[in-house]
Structure formats: structure tokens, C-alpha cells
Design a binder for this molecule. Structure first.
Ligand code: NAD
Ligand code: LMR
Length: 331
């Protein structure tokens, strides 16, 4: 079970463990800020063989952290060792997007990795394992993973759009002159890509509607939405590397909400169930309510106006196209 339990050890697998996101994420996983201050953790670190020497250095640093809750660290290039008895698997390992590349360009490189890892997870992970896909194209990698891991319930697999959610919340907070926790009602619909729809139509900051603060719908369409959609590309342009610190923070937020519950509505890419007219078969980011213990429900009953509908349909169309391309790559 992924449920934090003070008497047991939670086995957490992270792939791409010598990469830059993992370097920022591992301290969060080990220090109790995600799974709770008393939950002991065993870390299973997966890398490709050429990166094992670098991974050994990361493992030395984990040891040197002397984390009170960290009971053991496994380093391996064998997915069946890494995923063995996993309660939580965070799939970060993938080829990252470089300047000038779109996420679609990553499909051919990354989809086969997720097919192979699905087989291993399906066979050796704990039956209640919760899987978070981060490696891009994250939604479609999650779709591939779930179709090749039939013994893992689809609802136990999700993809990361919390980074996009946090980016949107942070920008609204900046404009409204409040701290992030005073912002409510923001969500991300669709793909973790430049077609995503960061929705602020129902958002409030300190209880006040944010649309007027953002200059109205027209201005939101011209400035806010493209800024959030292209934020990942902006960081790549500035750093020469994709977001890592903020991605690690978002992974921690996603896991904490999912496994321990959250009173706020958050964004997660989850298997579509027909909600809001999105057909089944893709992983779509929705506003979700996290109920704790790895359970969630898609928020129902939101009135989607014609402005939002146009964006939601565009990002769904991209995901349906990615699905077709992924299936073609795997054929
Ligand atoms: P990175 O290149 O620094 O690290 C990736 C690591 O994965 C490398 O060490 C590599 O050796 C390893 N790897 C590659 N193939 C592997 C495999 N088959 N098994 C195990 N490990 C493997 O990249 P990064 O900056 O850490 O980013 C990782 C991924 O996360 C990229 O796909 C990136 O685009 C994506 N990303 C997603 C989000 C999101 O919000 N969903 C945000 C930022 C980055
Ligand atoms: C991000 O959103 O920062 C990452 O997905 C990296 C990228 O390729 O945009």
C-alpha cells in the first residue's frame, strides 16, 4: 500500500536517478516532507548502465545526508530490481527536450522506454503501487505504460501537470499581490505541452476574482495563457537545461496530495473517463480532488464556457494525435 504507515517502510522507486530532476527530488523523498515526518523510506534508484558511476556518486551524497527516515538505497540498471515491491514509482528517466524540440519529437525516443518499464512494473511492483510519470511526453508515456501494465489499475497511474499548475498559481499570485496559498480555482486541462489550457476563469485570489486583475479574457488569451504554455521552453532557453528544481518541487506536491490528501483542488493528468467530453484512452489533466491513500476524483459540474471549450478541445486533439503516433511507433 502507498499509504504512509509509521510501522512500515515505503519503497519508492525513481528512474533517471542520476539526472537533474532526481538530484533535486531525492532530498525531498528522503526528508519526510512528502510522505510524512515519521514514514521511513527505501529508495530504489534506476539508471541506464552508462550512468551507474554517476549514480554511485548520488548514492554517496544520499548517505552523507544522514537522513533519519532513509533506511536503504538500491542502485541498479535492471528495472525488475528497481521496481521490486515498489509502493510508489516516479518515472523520470527519459531523454529530455532540448532547445528547438517540441514534445512530439520526443515520442519516438521515449515511448519504447515506457513500454519496457511497464512490463517490469506489472510483474514485480506491489499490487497497490502508485505510478507518477514525469518523463516527456508525460501524458502519452503514461497512456503507453498503462496499456502495457494491465495488472495496475489505470487510476493508479498519473502524469505530472502539477508544475504547470504551480506556474499558473504563482503568476496569478504575483499579479494579485498575494502568496500562492491565497489563490484558488486555477487548474490545468489536457496535455503537459504547449497546448495545455491553464484555466483562470473561475480563479480567485484572497477571495476576489482574478480575471479583472489579469486584464480580462482577451488579455488572458494574449499574455497569461501563452506564458504558462511556454514556461518550460522559457526555462530551457534561459538555462540551456529544462526545469529541474521546480519540477522536483511539483513532483513532491503531486505525491503529497495524491497519497495523503489535499483540501485544495489540484491538477493531475489521469486516465480520461469521459468527463467533460474527453473520450477514454488518453491521459488528460483535470482538476482533481485528492481524497488521500492514493485515491482521487475528477471535479465534476464545472460550467465550461465557449472560451474554455475551444482550448480544451485543442489540447484533447493533440493528445489523441500523440496516442496515434505512439501506437504507430510501437507497432
Ligand atoms: P536528465 O537528462 O538530466 O535525466 C534523465 C536521466 O534519465 C538521465 O540520467 C538518463 O541516463 C536517465 N535515463 C534515460 N533513459 C532511461 C531509462 N530507460 N531508464 C532509466 N533511466 C533512464 O533529464 P531531466 O532534466 O531530469 O528530465 C527528465 C525528464 O523529465 C525529461 O523527459 C523531461 O522532459 C521531463 N520533464 C517533465 C516535466 C513535467 O512537468 N512533466 C518537467 C520537467 C522535465
Ligand atoms: C517543463 O515543462 O519544464 C518540462 O516539461 C520541460 C519541457 O520540455 O518543457
Amino acid at each position: 500500500s502507498p499509504i504512509p504507515d509509521t510501522d512500515s517502510v515505503l519503497t519508492v522507486c525513481i528512474t533517471g536517478a542520476a539526472g537533474q530532476i532526481a538530484y533535486s527530488l531525492l532530498p525531498h523523498l528522503a526528508n519526510g516532507c512528502i510522505f510524512g515526518p515519521t514514514q521511513r523510506v527505501a529508495l530504489h534508484l534506476l539508471e541506464i548502465a552508462p550512468a551507474l558511476p554517476a549514480l554511485a556518486g548520488v548514492a554517496m551524497e544520499l548517505a552523507d545526508g544522514a537522513y533519519p527516515l532513509l533506511v536503504s538505497v538500491v542502485q541498479t540498471s535492471d528495472p525488475t530490481v528497481a521496481f521490486a515491491r515498489a509502493d510508489v514509482a516516479v518515472l523520470v528517466g527519459a531523454f529530455p527536450r532540448r532547445a528547438g524540440m517540441e514534445r512530439k519529437d520526443l515520442l519516438a525516443k521515449n515511448v519504447p522506454i515506457f513500454k519496457a518499464q511497464a512490463h517490469a512494473l506489472n510483474t514485480v511492483a506491489n499490487s497497490g503501487v502508485r505510478v507518477l510519470v514525469v518523463g516527456n511526453p508525460a501524458n502519452t508515456n503514461a497512456m503507453v505504460l498503462s496499456s502495457f501494465a494491465p495488472s495496475i489499475p489505470k487510476k493508479h497511474i498519473s502524469a505530472l501537470t502539477r508544475l504547470d499548475h504551480n506556474r499558473a498559481v504563482a503568476e496569478v499570485a504575483r499579479v494579485a499581490g498575494v502568496q500562492a496559498p491565497s489563490v484558488d480555482g486555477v487548474c490545468i486541462w489536457g496535455n503537459h505541452s504547449s497546448s495545455q489550457y491553464p484555466d483562470v476563469t473561475r480563479a480567485v485570489a484572497a477571495g476576489k476574482p482574478v480575471l479583472p486583475m489579469l486584464g480580462g479574457l482577451e488579455n488572458v488569451a494574449e499574455t497569461f495563457i501563452p506564458m504558462i504554455q511556454k514556461r518550460g521552453a522559457s526555462v530551457i532557453k534561459a538555462r540551456g537545461l529544462s526545469s529541474a528544481m521546480s519540477a522536483a518541487t511539483a513532483i513532491g506536491d503531486h505525491l503529497r496530495s495524491w497519497l495523503t490528501g489535499d483540501s485544495a483542488v489540484v491538477s493531475m493528468a489521469v486516465p480520461s473517463d469521459g468527463s467533460y467530453g474527453i473520450k477514454e484512452g488518453i491521459f488528460f489533466s483535470y482538476p482533481v480532488r485528492c481524497l488521500g491513500a492514493g485515491e482521487y476524483e475528477i471535479v465534476q459540474g464545472i460550467e465550461v464556457d465557449s472560451f474554455s471549450r475551444k482550448y480544451i478541445e485543442a489540447t484533447a486533439a493533440e493528445l489523441n494525435a500523440e496516442r496515434e503516433e505512439a501506437l504507430a511507433v510501437l507497432a
